[in-house]
Design a protein around this ligand. Structure first.
Ligand code: ADP
Length: 375
């Protein structure tokens, strides 16, 4: 394997000696100006250079088993092996990632890790990015402690809020049940209907809260499905009607709604459709059109919700399905960044796909597709 660094890349030997004028001072200056710890590896994983932040961090925290100048020609993979269980618990995972990038099996690799720095729990994001023509890789370590702390606070908040809400909602459910038993016969017509709607909405709320608790406590937790055969067209009509009641100023129009017998979890599918519709309304403060389509193509159910609201820029397009991800916008919209994450988990559990097309300022089209079984 090639160990020679191509001209133009960074060379620690040159950096630490009189040759440094011949290396690329501009490249070194750029690397040194960055707050992340950065190392450049050659194709064999040998460190070619590290930036100032790297050296400063290792020295400040007395982490390294190397002295400052020893980085020269040190094999980073060996260094990680030596630190296993001592500095970095997840060394073996990092090594697998680095080797895969160096071999060109993958173009980049990232992992988050945590360690105790003088009694303080700190979080870092390690990223390995391959150099062109398999010449090596760039390793960066970013401090993500602040972001992680906010995530943990959100976890805690959601967990407390959902716990606290469960008690009054359960008690309301009990009251509605008693009302139905006591006045059921007298409440024929509108009153009885309203009580039944109230009961079914409370049941949904209880289920949503327990979902929030599970998803929050265990990111990546599998959604459990209760499969049944149901009329997807009817579900679309009902869900659109419910959201229309909540958002009377928006025009929710069903452009296509094919008759589909679908086997899946009806309640979960309603949750996904409700989430897409309420988002379409919420993120369209200047526009009131929402178009819904539900069709069948090539053995798949295709569902889409189009709005003409604020849209999502390219950079954030795939991130919106991540847990807690919210796009930063000038205007504030209420939310936690969990709805699309839960929706994506539900669609995944049905072996389907969910995605979004959008242009900033022009609105979004959220789609999902679900395989149709033959049963
Ligand atoms: P929440 O709406 O509670 O923040 P979601 O998981 O439903 O959480 O959505 C994640 C993020 O995706 C939102 O914060 C918003 O930035 C973006 N988003 C979702 N739906 C839309 C939409 N229809 N138009 C524009 N942005 C959207």
């Amino acid at each position: 394997m090639k160990t020679v660094v191509q001209p133009g890349y960074f060379d620690i030997k040159a950096r630490n000696s009189a040759e440094s004028a011949g290396a690329s001072p501009l490249s070194h200056a750029i690397l040194d100006s960055l707050p992340a710890r950065i190392a450049v590896l050659n194709a064999d994983g040998i460190i070619q250079t590290v930036n100032e932040a790297w050296v400063a961090f290792e020295n400040e925290n007395s982490l390294t088993v190397l002295s400052k100048t020893d980085y020269n020609n040190t094999n980073y993979i060996e260094l990680l092996k030596r630190s296993e269980g001592y500095i970095l618990e997840e060394s073996s995972e990092a090594i697998v990632g680095i080797l895969a990038v160096l071999k060109g099996d993958i173009s980049s690799f990232a992992m988050e890790y945590c360690y105790d720095l003088r009694g303080i729990k700190c979080w870092f994001l390690m990223r390995i990015t391959g150099l062109p023509s398999l010449q090596g890789a760039i390793v960066t370590h970013d401090d993500i402690t602040d972001r992680k702390e906010i995530e943990l606070m959100k976890d805690e908040f959601i967990s407390i809020a959902s716990h606290e809400l469960k008690t009054p909602i359960t008690s309301l459910k009990g009251i509605v049940h008693i009302l139905k038993l006591s006045f059921g016969k007298q409440m024929r017509g509108e009153g009885g209907k309203l009580l039944s709607t109230m009961e079914s909405q409370l049941n949904k709320l209880v289920k949503i809260l327990s979902d929030l608790l599970v998803m929050n406590a265990t990111p990546g937790a599998k959604v459990l499905l209760h499969l049944e055969k149901f009329d997807f067209k009817k579900l679309v009509n009902e869900t659109v009607r419910n959201v229309k009641n909540l958002s009377p100023l928006h025009f929710l129009s069903i452009a296509e709604n094919e008759s589909i017998s679908f086997t899946g979890d009806r309640f979960r599918m309603e949750q996904v459709i409700t989430n897409l519709l309420t988002n379409a309304v919420k993120y369209s403060p200047q526009s009131n059109q929402v178009i819904i389509k539900s069709t069948v193509d090539d053995g798949k159910l295709l569902f889409s919700v189009q709005d003409f609201g604020i849209g999502i820029d390219n950079e954030n397009l795939n991130k919106v399905f991540e847990r807690f991800y919210r796009v930063k916008t000038k205007r504030t919209f209420a939310g936690f960044g969990l709805g699309l994450y839960i929706s994506a988990e539900i669609i995944k559990a049905h072996r389907g796909k969910i995605w979004v097309e959008s242009e900033s300022g022009k609105g979004c089209v959220f789609h999902f597709s679900l395989p149709l079984t033959n049963d």
